[in-house]
Design a binder for this molecule. Structure first.
Ligand code: PLP
Length: 406
């Protein structure tokens, strides 16, 4: 039985007030709060077990290496990866996608080759592909969403042509909450000879993910949204793709031998991890994933589905609120504007006075904003510790906004 009050007690920050009101944290889509288990792991990492990894032969270096490398196995378990050597540590999704861009696609892209994207990608899954358009003549092919924000997998597959090298698609929209059937896209793309990168930044936080079942070539996650530290993250890369990749950054740790006229790289995944890594942050990510797996991803997903249903009912009940996106099976992420045209920044400032933290802006999703005909929206994004009572608090604060801003 999922006891949300017990879960909340694990997150010290949730006990604080903001502007004299209990904190209602609904900005999880941007970054999530950290449980005590993560804070403790980071504290212990620095206070008792810190040293650089991989290089020393002394006790602390061996200990921190052991703790750090154990996280690779934790990430593999969390993502359902069969082999932890297919997990590359990154500083987050942005680095993971840039690694694929520079390490895998850039060396093989030809002018006129295509990259297929949905219009609801985050800038992290757009801008690296623009680099290839600007510098190498790649063509970006955009797939629209349906009016309810759903992404038809067949529309993505239909956009794939003989020149498509990569399909880059999100598993869950950070703006609309739409969940994408990425397994169907992967199957269709592979049948047509195109590789697939899935941006799992949001989906991995809210749903059980099985990269084996999805079958994507690349699946990227980011630690700070997964209740872990910022600066942590990982990307799952299928072995065949890894073997085709060249390193993105060069430096220590990713080499076996360096001579004046020759360099021998380390075996993957180390080959793609140059320099001193974010040691304690990754150890914190391991603690975060253990925490989530301890609660059970199915249980987290069920709790959030019930929050989504309740929030949906309450928000759609406000006839002056325009909620963007209502795809079946979406996650508990709601973007909205007010019919009277109140600016989302003003709405979020008023909500903040009531202790309610939401995000206002373009959410790093320019093409989606164009598609929606908005320059900005407010976004309430729920996480594993949110409650129905907090949905009510959000709605009351929105009613106040409506009274003040019309
Ligand atoms: N992709 C999606 C869907 C996101 O929501 C985010 C974060 O906002 C990112 C990518 C980028 O993640 P990061 O900034 O942690 O690299």
């Amino acid at each position: 039985m999922y006891d949300v009050q017990q879960v909340r007690a694990d997150f010290p920050i949730l006990a604080r007030e903001v502007n004299g009101k209990p904190l209602t944290y609904l900005d999880n889509g941007a970054s999530a709060q950290k449980p005590q288990a993560v804070i403790d792991a980071v504290m212990r990492g620095y206070a008792e077990e810190y040293s650089n990894v991989h290089r020393g032969l002394h006790t602390l270096s061996n200990l921190s290496t052991e703790r750090y490398e154990a996280v690779r196995g934790t990430v593999a378990r969390f993502l359902g990866a069969a082999d932890e050597r297919e997990i590359v540590f990154t500083s987050g999704t942005t680095e993971g996608i840039n690694l694929v861009c520079y390490g895998w696609l850039m060396p093989r892209i030809e002018p006129g080759d295509e990259i297929v994207l949905s219009v609801m990608e985050h800038h992290a899954n757009i801008v690296p592909w623009h680099f290839l358009r600007e510098r190498h003549g790649a063509v970006l092919k955009w797939v629209e969403t349906d009016p309810d924000g759903a992404l038809d997998p067949q529309a993505v597959i239909d956009a794939i042509g003989p020149k498509t090298r990569l399909v880059a698609v999100t598993h869950m929209s950070n703006v609309l909450g739409t969940v994408v059937d990425v397994a169907a896209i992967v199957k269709g793309a592979h049948d047509k000879g195109a590789a697939v990168l899935v941006d799992g930044s949001q989906a991995a936080v809210h749903l059980p993910v099985d990269v084996g079942a999805i079958g994507a070539d690349f699946y990227a996650i980011t630690g700070h949204k997964l209740y872990g530290p910022s600066g942590s993250g990982a990307i799952h890369i299928r072995r065949e793709r890894m073997d085709e990749m060249r390193p993105f950054m060069g430096g220590g740790d990713m080499i076996r031998e360096v001579h004046r006229d020759e360099v021998v790289y380390a075996e993957p995944p180390m080959k793609f991890e140059a320099g001193t890594p974010a040691i304690v942050q990754q150890i914190g990510l391991g603690a975060a994933l253990d925490y989530m797996m301890g609660l059970g991803m199915e249980n987290i997903a069920a709790h959030e589905a019930s929050l989504r249903d309740y929030a949906r009912e309450r928000l759609f009940g406000l006839n002056w609120l325009k909620v963007h996106g209502d795809a079946p099976g979406k996650g508990a992420i709601f973007s909205f504007t007010m019919a009277g045209g109140a600016h989302p920044h003003d709405i979020s400032t008023i909500l903040d006075k009531k202790g309610v933290a939401v995000r206002a802006g373009h959410h790093c999703a320019g093409p989606l904003m164009d598609h929606l005909g908005e320059t900005a929206t407010c976004r309430a994004s729920f996480g594993l510790y949110n409650t129905r009572g907090e949905v009510d608090t959000l709605v009351e604060a929105l009613e106040l906004c409506h009274d003040l801003l019309g």
